[in-house]
Write a protein that binds this ligand. Structure first.
Ligand SMILES: [Zn+2]
Length: 267
């Protein structure tokens, strides 16, 4: 499989312009035991970022947080020195899809899939305007349990951006299995511009949770970060996986939305 790894992956992705600073908020797409979701990957397999993560590490105030291993940035890593377990995690971005039904002879039948949308309020010069946006989110999963299968699907069916994929989770904790079924190919028009406004800044986030400042503040309560932005608005639609990424919805991402895209159906 051709997944990008480590610092090169983050930097290559930074220069590809995939990340968009104007995202609204950060959603995380995750599954509960027994849950099924249909997604369209926006990042193809080669844009999946794989980085070494010290996961669920206890922080100075007793919470758990994920840390990108400092060795990814060629820096000495305190958590490695303490022999804290690390593993590769893969990060990608997808949009949540939902079935479209048609009733034929009194029987509801799935005829296709469309973006799941949620309402949000946008501040405009005319006041607050209620708009709809797609549920775009980050998927953070293990290589062995999740991405390996997605990579196989990619190998067999081609670009992940060309078809929806149904992903089912069975089991919990160490007993979790993800089963993925590709759905018939169907292009989404102008995919990049359609979702660009809602793309989370994955690279910025990963760089942040691997930074010296982050290690100091989370592990030792030493706050060197200058501007503390208030908590992001509550995640809607996609589930915020608090068990794994308890630290995620905080100040790491800018929250300002600048509406400037012309090509997006979501305006
Ligand atoms: Zn480390």
């Amino acid at each position: 499989m051709s997944i990008k790894k480590g610092r090169e992956a983050i930097q290559a992705s930074l220069s590809s312009g995939l990340g968009n600073k104007d995202y609204l908020e950060t959603n995380w797409i995750s599954w509960k035991n027994g849950e099924t979701k249909v997604l369209r990957f926006i990042t193809d397999i080669e844009d999946t970022l794989v980085v070494a993560i010290h996961s669920m590490v206890e922080t100075h105030n007793g919470k758990n947080a994920n840390f990108v291993c400092r060795s990814v940035f060629d820096a000495p890593c305190e958590l490695c020195e303490k022999k804290v377990y690390k593993r590769d995690a893969g990060y990608g971005i997808a949009v949540v899809r939902q079935a479209v039904y048609e009733t034929i002879d009194g029987v509801a039948k799935v005829v296709g899939y469309e973006d799941q949308v949620v309402d949000y309020d946008e501040e405009t010069p005319q006041g607050i305007v209620r708009k709809k946006r797609p549920v775009v989110g980050i998927i953070n999963q293990s290589m062995r349990n999740f991405w390996n299968t997605i990579a196989l699907v990619h190998e067999k069916y081609g670009s992940l951006r060309d078809f929806d994929i149904e992903i089912h989770r069975q089991g919990k904790e160490l007993d979790t299995v993800y089963v993925s079924f590709p759905l018939p190919p169907k292009p989404i028009e102008n995919m990049d511009s359609r979702y660009s406004k809602f793309m989370p800044d994955l690279e910025n986030f990963l760089t942040h949770i691997g930074s010296e400042d982050y290690y100091l503040s989370r592990l030792h309560g030493i706050n060197t970060e200058k501007s503390e932005v208030t908590k992001a608005p509550a995640s809607v639609g996609a589930t915020l996986d608090t068990s794994i990424d308890s630290d995620i919805n905080e100040k790491t991402f800018a929250e300002k939305l600048q509406s400037k895209l012309v090509d997006s159906p979501y305006g």
